[in-house]
Write a new protein. Sequence first.
Length: 340
Amino acid sequence: MKHMMPALLAATLIAGIPAGAQVAEIRFDSVPNALQLPAGLYLGEVGGVATNSRGDIFVYTRTGHPTVTIGTARPFAHGGSRLFQFDRSGKFVREIGKDSYGFMFAAEVRVDPNDNLWVVDQMTNMVIKFDRQGRVAMLLGRKAESVPVPARPATGDGSGQPTDLFTRPTDVAWDAAGNIFVADGLGNARVAKFDKDGKFVKSWGKKGTANGEFADVRSIAVDAQGNVYAADGGNKRVQVFDNDGNFKTAFTNVGNAQALCITKGADPILYVSNSNPPNDIDRDGEIYKMHLDGTMTGKFGRAGKLLKEFGTVNAIDCREENTLYVAEVGNLRVQKLVLH
């Protein structure tokens, strides 16, 4: 029996909580009417939410009217998702990128350390960087020659092409040197790394269950040391890699990990959403609060329709550790949460 203890201890450490322990419930509130939309404007399925250093709030939502223009060689499809900006009080400011060629199916929006805005679109297979003025500054990926609706089933082993071409990307993150990491996560199952100028460096991952393989890559985050955290929801874990994609560890106590966020500061926190699946919207739904070694410190929320309940969380913004913005696909909304 004593020879089994080291293995048992290791498994417990990877899980992040002692065997048999209960996860503490964190008290929190949801701010009513946190975002004020103009009359006649509505949110659809919210793919992403993010804040900048001034506290402005950006929401990338699946709403609008897709447009298809038939040309001589290929159809030009766009629309169907919109990017809104609100001030720190939640007042609507403007729409960015209206009728953009790269907007079709909102996957995520993020703000980099220099307050540039990055949009990830799942159907155009593009990651678009906007500068502070809302002008397009960089493009990663490229819209395919045709966009089948519904999408064709994924083929291959999920490793994708070793280039900057994506198949249903889901998220983007950066390290301190400005390197860009893209979760090429639903059609493919990999993480792609680019340098600060957008030049492709490498990628890792494919479909599977082994370490370094993914069922999917739903979300991605990078800590101050450059370690990469990937939400492998289909395998019910978060995998952690070094900056070059070498596997380090996995947290296996997080359920269907679909949204990740890491706070800044001396003691960073990892938030992970155990998002309820769209075909069973009444189970799970809680968000976990963890240290970066996988130690669980608490959880909050559950699946549901009311404030303080969640419907398939797809994104979390945690610029402030105890003030979060949560994007919900199922409830067509953004909640502002205050943790106590």
